[in-house]
Design a protein around this ligand. Structure first.
Ligand code: S3P
Length: 428
């Protein structure tokens, strides 16, 4: 696909619903009693994989596009799937559903696409097995396909070596089916959408600092969930607005949960001009509109507790760093290696193709900003939606049209991405 250049960006954009929250609304709706109505659901391939997995377990889910209705059957209402559950490209579906499958009285198996079959599942297999789950990696390589058989689960306290909301949520969901309280302790707090939403559905769940505890066997009741716009999708418009010579972009309805808003902190640290407007609470999550204008960016250090709050935005931040004045050091982000692609390598490779000075490290990268050295390039998405979107934004600020291999993988989280981005281009 040919990627455009643009100096002038103006207008308003509403990014699609939050991916993490959309997945959870379907899952929690399925194991609650009664109807759950989800508005602004993300109609991306990952969240559609979640819908299809629960449909295969006997849950009626009506996808009317503007809203999704889940007819939940309660904690013990799922039925044995007749075929293997296919989670597609979705790590969130794979890891969260595993917590639910571990607690069922039927056997099941799940798998996903080529990328999912290479992503590490030991991080959930270890705690699930410690709870007494009968779960195994079919090929014995700690990756999907995974096989589940019925067993009784015990409550436990698990100290997780990684700050991962997927791991935390998997254990908490298994904890719903355990015989006692289950607690998870994380090194640094990861996104807390599971805690907020499960509590709204009626779970008995408490958080204190980096520890969260859940009591088993709650009476979960279906809810109305209005999904806020995804800050991870907003990140591309934030960067596009900051980097363009002349831009003013209003991004409406963006979720700004403090466990997700690291992109705003990083952009401010780099000198980005972003104003929050109309702050409000939607379905228990903080939301606002963001007004972004062109800014001269400078390098910064990004690491430590900030990392889980912006982990999916690092490809975009790395691109911003290449256009900034000075050096940006990204540390403590080894998790980038086990995302949809190895994002330390795929970001560094694409940055090099456009002439940037980047040094990949064990847990991040060092980027020496030098906008004058940057030039048009042929990019590869490596079939990773966030790589495709980050470098489509980079291309806007390069000197001539660029190309992207496998650009259509944006369908995973943002099917209308190119339409929305290019809709902001003005002649002057
Ligand atoms: C997600 C958690 C993060 C994130 C992913 C979505 C979630 O993964 O990268 O895109 O919805 O819980 P990890 O939990 O592996 O960090």
């Amino acid at each position: 696909m040919e990627l455009k250049n643009a100096k002038h960006l103006r207008g308003t954009v509403s990014v699609p619903g939050d991916k993490s929250i959309s997945h959870r609304a379907i899952m929690f709706g399925a194991i609650s009693k009664g109807m759950t109505e989800v508005t602004n659901f993300l109609q991306g391939a990952d969240c559609l994989s979640t819908i299809s997995c629960f449909q295969k377990m006997g849950i009626s889910i009506e996808n009317r596009k503007d809203r999704v209705i889940v007819h939940g059957k309660g904690l013990h209402g799922l039925s044995a799937p007749k075929e293997i559950l296919d989670t597609g490209n979705s790590g969130t579906t794979t890891r969260l559903i595993s917590g639910i499958l571990a607690g069922q009285s039927f056997s099941s198996s799940l798998t996903g696409d080529h990328s999912i079959q290479k992503r590490p599942m030991k991080r959930i297999l270890t705690p699930l097995s410690a709870m007494g789950a009968d779960v195994s990696s079919v090929r014995g390589n700690d990756c999907a396909p995974l096989q589940f058989h019925p067993s009784s689960l015990h409550g436990m306290t698990y100290t997780s070596p990684v700050s991962s909301a997927q791991v935390k949520s998997c254990i908490l969901l298994a904890g719903l089916y355990a015989d006692d309280t289950t607690s998870v302790i994380e090194p640094v707090l990861s996104r807390n959408h599971t805690e907020l939403m499960l509590s709204a559905f009626g779970a008995d769940i408490q958080s204190q600092n980096t520890t969260v505890s859940i009591h088993p066997n709650p009476n979960l009741q279906g809810q109305k969930v209005e999904v806020p716009g995804d800050i991870s999708s907003a990140a591309y418009f934030i960067a596009a607005g900051l980097l363009a010579k002349d831009a003013e972009i209003l991004i409406q309805n963006v979720g700004i949960n403090p466990t997700r808003d690291g992109i705003l902190k990083a952009a401010h640290a780099m000198g980005g001009n972003i104003q929050k407007q109309n702050e409000r609470i939607v379905s228990g999550e903080p939301v606002c509109d963001l007004l972004v204008t062109s800014s001269a960016l400078f390098g910064t250090d990004i690491g430590g507790e900030l990392i889980p709050t912006l982990i999916d935005e690092i490809p975009m931040i790395a691109v911003m760093a290449a256009f900034a004045d000075g050096t940006t050091r990204i540390t403590d982000a080894a998790e980038l290696k086990v995302k949809e692609s190895n994002r330390i390598l795929t970001v560094a490779e694409n940055l090099r193709r456009m002439g940037a000075d980047v040094t990949p490290t064990e847990d991040g990268m060092i980027i020496k900003g030098n906008p004058c050295a940057l030039h048009k390039a042929d990019f590869d998405s490596y079939l990773d939606h966030r790589i495709a979107m980050a470098f489509a934004v980079a291309a806007l600020s390069l000197d001539a049209p660029c190309c992207m291999q496998d650009a259509e993988c944006v369908n995973i989280s943002y099917p209308k991405f190119y339409e929305d981005l290019y809709g902001l281009i003005r002649d002057e």
